[in-house]
Design a protein around this ligand. Sequence first.
Ligand SMILES: NC(=O)NCCC(=O)O
Length: 393
Amino acid sequence: MSGPQWGSLEQCLEQHLPPADLREVKRILYGKETRKLNLPSVALDEASAGDFELQGYAFEAAREQLRQPRTVRVGLVQNRTPLPTDAPVADQVSALHRRIEAITEVAAMCGVNIICFQEAWTMPFAFCTREKLPWTEFAESAEDGPTTRFCQKLAKKHDMVVVSPILERDFVHGDVLWNTAVVVSNSGAVLGKTRKNHIPRVGDFNESTYYMEGNLGHPVFQTQFGRIAVNICYGRHHPLNWLMYSVNGAEIIFNPSATIGTLSESLWPIEARNAAIANHCFTCAINRVGEEHFPNEFTSGDGKKAHQDFGYFYGSSYVAAPDSSRTPGLSRNRDGLLVAELDLNLCRQMNDTWNFKMTGRYEMYARELTAAVKPNYSPNIVQELLTVSPSPP
Ligand SMILES: NC(=O)NCCC(=O)O
């Protein structure tokens, strides 16, 4: 399975396909072409000095007579953990704060209005280990922990909405942990929080050792730049999870993730993109990048040898639009900032074209699902009745 040596699908296609074929392949694989954004040279220089990739694309919508274009710029950040996992907890957190601060500065130069970081961005993705200490020490209050206060400063300074996915410790309810995304308004106020609804039980994703499925439903946050929601990582495999954010009015759904090549790389380009199409909204898929090594060995329950790493986090963050177009992905092997300009008018335009909301038959599904989750449910399977022919006299 590919590690860091293989840069990205896009690099491979560009390198090997003749231009005419490349155009056709991209038309089918990526939909209507996104326009490359002309990003300021100072931002490109800063990104190159800071050793992270910077790419920018714009999605366009048709001009309407009664509504002005509703353009918003989103920033997706993928990054490695700068320090080794056995460095002191406070040092790891502060190194990540510094890294994200630098990338957010560049996002501000690019006019980003809403920025989203990767899942559990203040820590290594240590849930594979099943160890409690020191990993639980990375948990913080969503309302006023050091990372939320840090994000409030960034939001206010840059007039930017900040989506900050962290390991939350809920001090009010028995000190329990959650996988949470905090949404900070561009005013600097904490707008609210949302929790990961689906917890994986696959491979080394032993997150259920640490926290439960979220209990906050599918909140959508009204920001100055549009209505946003956060579907954290494994929730992207659940079409109804995306649907409920959309039912509550989300125009942009962020999907901060941590996932590895051996498990999910072939699912990655499909799921968030399909959700954008099915729900007439934009989706932003963000994955961490690189390899994280842990001090102690752990096993995967598959008879294979114990190991000290999770596998390769393949980056490849991208934005998908309701008209089925998508940006190219960031690379598989570098930290990066993807800037995408969205015209939110495209959501309603696609709704009027394809009518998935109108043709959705939600009432029928609600009724059938209500019956199907009951313990005494009998599946509606129609079978041929076998008639017993009378025996000959
Ligand atoms: N972080 C997380 O939920 N990962 C699970 C694996 C996946 O969804 O690809």
